[in-house]
Design a protein around this ligand. Sequence first.
Ligand code: OGA
Ligand code: MN
Length: 292
Amino acid sequence: MSAADTLSFQRLNPSLGVQVTGVDLADPAFRSDGTNLFGQIYRGWLDSGGVMVIRDQNLEPEDQLAFSRRFGELDPLEGATVEPYLHPEHREIYRVSNKVKDGVKLGRQRAGVYWHSDNSHKERAAKASLLYGIEIPPYGGDTMFSNMTVAYEALSETFRRTIDGLRCIHDFEKAKSGSFKNETVTDRHLTTTPPISHPLVRTHPETGRKCLYLNAGVITGIEGMDPEESAALLDFLYRHCIRPEFVYRHQWREKDLLIWDNRCTMHYAVADYDGVGERYMHRTTVFGDRPV
Ligand code: OGA
Ligand code: MN
C-alpha cells in the first residue's frame, strides 16, 4: 500500500474518538512528508475530542518514534518509576504488558487502572501519548477515555464560574500507596517531581477550548480549601467527568495505534484480562507545556 491509498476519517462516538484508515505511517514517503498527510492527521486529532485510532499499522520501534516526534519532543521517562519497563534498545518506548518471560516482566502490568491524564504530576505534563497494540487479548483489556471539554461545557454556567481559577495539587507521593503500590517508588523519584499545582480548568493551547484537568491518582486536593471541601468538590467532578455520555471505550485490535491528548481527556485501562490472554503495547510520550 502506498502512504495514502484512501485516507479516511470516521467518527467512533459522539463524545470523542476518530478512526483513521488508509495510511501507512511506516511508508518512507509518509515519514519524509512527501505525502503531506501529517497536517490532515494532526488536525483530525485535534478535532476528534482527543482520541484517534490509526488502524492496521506495522510499526517497528523506529517508525513509532519517528511518527511520535512529529507531535513534539518525547519524554524519555528515564529516571521515572517506569524505568524498568523502558524498551532496552529504544529508551523512549515504555512497554505496557502483562507478559512475563523467564521470570522478567516485559512491561508494566496494570498500568493506568484509574482515571488519569499521563504525567500530570510533572511540570511539563504529557501532551500526547501514543500506544501501539502489538498483542491484544481475545477480549478484554479495553481503554476508556473521557472528553474533559464536553464534561466542562456540560456544567452550569454558575458552577463553571465557581471552579474557574481553582488549582489542584498533583503529588506523586499519593501514587506510591495507590496506583504505583506494586512498583518501586523511591525518595529520589519523589524529590525529582515534588508536588505541583495545575489549574483545575485549563485552556487547550491549540483549540483554545476550556476543559477540566484532573487525575484521580495524584491529586491530593484543591489549593486553599479544607480537605473536606476539596474532597466533596473533587468527588462530584470525578463522577461527572466519566458520565457515559462523555466516554469512549476503545476495544483494541492488533496493530492499532492510539493517540490521545492528555490535555483534554482522561483515560482508564480496564484490568479485566488476567487469565484471558496476553497484552503487549509500546507507548511513546510527548512532552506538553505547563498547563495554563
Ligand atoms: C498508559 C495507560 C492504558 C492501557 O499507557 O498511559 O494508561 O489501556 N495505558 O494500557
Ligand atoms: Mn496512562
